[in-house]
Design a protein around this ligand. Structure first.
Ligand code: PEP
Ligand code: MN
Length: 304
């Protein structure tokens, strides 16, 4: 598809040569080309705007079970929780910890008990099998978006993948990373099952000392202009400030996002990781209620 960009040389943004030759599997072939895929019975890329919600970390068996029931009751489509965490420093303690394989087992059991599918981050090639065994969708975090060997091996599982945008990555970098996964899905004989997730980018001004990122809403239509893959946003990690999450979530729907990731915790001040950004169950229910009319206004829905 001609994007009207004729420069011949590689740059920070996509050019026509990139679209034709470097991302042939994720590039749109016509203006209304949009991929739909179903994961655990939830359709991505259609009128539904799936909501993937849950705590940063599957902290304990009881906590993740409580979250699973609360997310299901509020109408979320997926339960999200990290078990292998990309904590920004190496020291683990009773305050900063991961729950790894134990967390994955609790997560799967909680999802099964509440009747909600689950997604969790995979960080290591050698842990792909175990994360795949306990989840319905694999998440690649912002820090690993350009870990190409990891993308290739994750692609080989054939499972749906949520690819978070690197916080310093251009649209070009992001789509070319997605192509690594798409190559493997193609080799397995199926369409790419990749969900692109904008989660905030590094910028000079974030308007709060504790916020490191800015939600790049403009990347939603920009990505949808060139790729047929669904594009979602994660306003929780992007704003890093709970009072801003609801408005950025509604704005994401207005911008055409094909899904939302939201961090929710039973007791936000006590969250093991990222307490400033996560919403309580009550706040989450209020956010779901606020989303319905906004989605309906643009012919979409969060129910289904
Ligand atoms: C997460 O989803 O918990 C996470 C660590 O996200 P990101 O990779 O966007 O920081
Ligand atoms: Mn998190």
């Amino acid at each position: 598809m001609n994007m009207g960009v004729d420069n011949k040389f590689p740059g920070k943004d996509l050019n026509q040569d990139d679209i034709e030759n470097k991302i042939p599997l994720v590039a749109k072939k016509s203006p209304d080309h949009k991929t739909k895929f179903s994961c655990a019975g939830i359709e991505f890329g259609g009128d539904l705007i799936p909501v993937l919600a849950g705590p940063n970390l599957a902290e304990t068996e009881e906590m993740i079970l409580e979250c699973a029931h609360a997310m299901k009751k509020a109408g979320a489509h997926f339960l999200r929780a990290g078990c292998f965490k990309p904590l920004t420093f190496p020291y683990r303690s009773p305050k900063f910890y991961e729950t790894r394989e134990d967390g994955l087992k609790w997560l799967k059991a909680a999802g099964a008990a509440a009747g909600i599918p689950v997604v969790s981050e995979v960080m290591h090639i050698e842990k792909i099998d175990v994360v795949a065994q306990y989840t319905d969708m694999l998440q690649i975090g912002t820090r690993n978006m350009q870990n190409y060997p990891l993308l290739t091996e994750v692609g080989k599982t054939g499972m749906p993948v949520m690819l978070k945008r690197g916080y310093g990555a251009s649209l070009r970098d992001w789509l070319m990373a997605a192509e690594y996964i798409a190559v493997e899905h193609d080799a397995l004989g199926h369409k790419p099952q990749i969900l692109l997730c904008e989660r905030g980018v590094i910028t000079n001004h974030t308007h709060r000392a504790t916020s490191r990122f800015l939600l790049d809403l403009q990347v939603v239509p920009a990505a949808q202009e060139v790729t047929h893959l669904p594009v979602m946003t994660d306003p929780s990690h992007a704003t890093f400030w709970q009072p801003w999450v609801k408005s950025m979530m509604l704005a994401s729907i207005g911008a055409g996002a094909d899904g939302l990731m939201l961090e929710v915790h039973p007791n936000p001040p006590e969250a093991a990781v990222d307490p400033l950004q996560c919403s309580s169950f009550e706040q989450f229910e209020d956010m779901m209620a606020a989303m319905r009319p906004v989605a309906a206004a643009i012919g979409r829905s969060i129910d289904g």
